[in-house]
Write a protein that binds this ligand. Structure first.
Ligand code: BGC
Length: 352
């Protein structure tokens, strides 16, 4: 009786398999399927086979609470899943040791490729040597290592933006105001700088190039204060509250290295009874939805689009090139997506 049942079950399973197309595929099925059915040794030795449709991808994000990286990781996940990959996105919780473990776990699990937003740029050497030893094609995002660091591994590429460009655009947003940033007409632009995590080139370059745009235009500048806000809204709020209490009307411009800190800054500007674009200017970077709203309401002077969707798209494109066997020559391992200036005039183009 038991045996008959087992035979019956086996027959049903066979039928189900054939009905679901689990047997041999017709010759005209999708090319990626056809490719995966080739015997492993049919590919030329130096060109790794592209993974089967539905390869597995590990994505490491430096910190889930980061507002910009939230938009970015959601875009990455959507694009990858839309292309049929199995994706796992993990939170490094701003802890490099934790992220190193996550990378090792992905490697042990045998992912086909990694996309990594390092917690610390200074950990790039270690991250690169780990993925190189494991031979995993890797796209680094958002925190740019040096060309020399990347040169050691040819299946590695960085996708990001040139942060100098965003700094320059912030300076230009101030130069484009009716009084060029000199609200009190004393011949100099007095500003406070709210910096991201200074370990990160985005923070370094935005800080430098926003002011450089002013001095390159022949303006005199006065830095009242520079404080690190580590990209976080609450820090932006605290810092600007303190600076306004200390420097009051002297503050003409508030430069924030990102929008989340600028939104925090705006709360303190309003709490101090100041009015953006009348007695103080405020600029950020990212074009977060909240910042676009404030630019459109006149509560921020402007921002700069840090194109999360564009970067996520480019990161996946580069990942697929690597999976297809591409390698990168040293000095050619950075792929940049352009920043775009966002003003009250064009903000509507960026709002959903
Ligand atoms: C973004 C910041 C973000 C940082 C994270 C920068 O490019 O502008 O908003 O916090 O990346 O590394």
């Amino acid at each position: 009786m038991k045996k008959t049942f087992a035979l019956l079950l086996a027959a049903i399973m066979m039928l189900a398999l054939v009905a679901c197309g689990g047997g041999d595929k017709p010759a005209d099925s999708a090319p990626s399927d056809a490719q995966t059915e080739q015997p492993a040794d049919s590919a030329p030795a130096d060109v790794p086979e592209a993974p089967a449709e539905g390869g597995t991808i590990g994505v490491c994000i430096y910190q889930f609470t980061d507002a910009f990286m939230t938009t970015y990781r959601n875009a990455l996940q959507e694009i990858l899943e839309g292309k049929g990959y199995t994706v796992t996105v993990v939170d490094g919780a701003n802890d490099q040791a934790k992220q190193n473990e996550q990378i090792n776990t992905f490697i042990t699990q045998g992912v086909d490729a990694l996309i990594i937003n390092p917690v610390m740029t200074s950990a790039a050497d270690q991250i690169i040597s780990t993925v190189k030893d494991a031979g995993i094609p890797t796209v680094l995002i958002n925190r740019e290592p040096t060309p020399e660091q990347m040169a050691v591994y040819d299946k590695l590429v960085y996708v990001g933006c040139d942060a100098r460009q965003s700094g320059t655009m912030q300076g230009e947003l101030i130069l484009d105001t009716p009084n060029g940033g000199d609200i009190n007409g004393d011949g100099k632009i007095s500003y406070i700088m709210v910096q991201g995590d200074p370990e990160n080139v985005d923070a370094q370059y935005r800080t430098e190039y926003s002011v450089k745009a002013l001095t390159d235009a022949g303006k005199e500048v006065e830095q009242l204060n520079l404080t690190r806000g580590d990209w976080m809204r609450e820090r932006g709020q605290e810092i600007v509250a303190n600076d306004l209490a200390q420097f009051g009307d002297q503050v003409e411009v508030v430069f924030c290295n990102n929008d989340d800190m600028a939104i925090g800054a705006l709360q303190s500007i309003q709490a101090a009874g100041r009015k953006v674009n009348e007695d103080i200017y405020l600029v950020g970077v990212d074009a977060l939805d909240a910042a676009l709203n404030e630019v459109s309401n006149g509560n921020m002077t402007g921002t700069v689009l840090n194109d999360a969707v564009g970067q996520a798209t480019a990161a996946v494109e580069e990942m697929e090139k690597l999976l297809g066997g591409a390698t990168y020559a040293s000095g050619e391992q950075s792929v940049y997506v352009d920043y775009v200036k966002v003003t009250p005039e064009n903000v509507g183009d960026f709002m959903k």
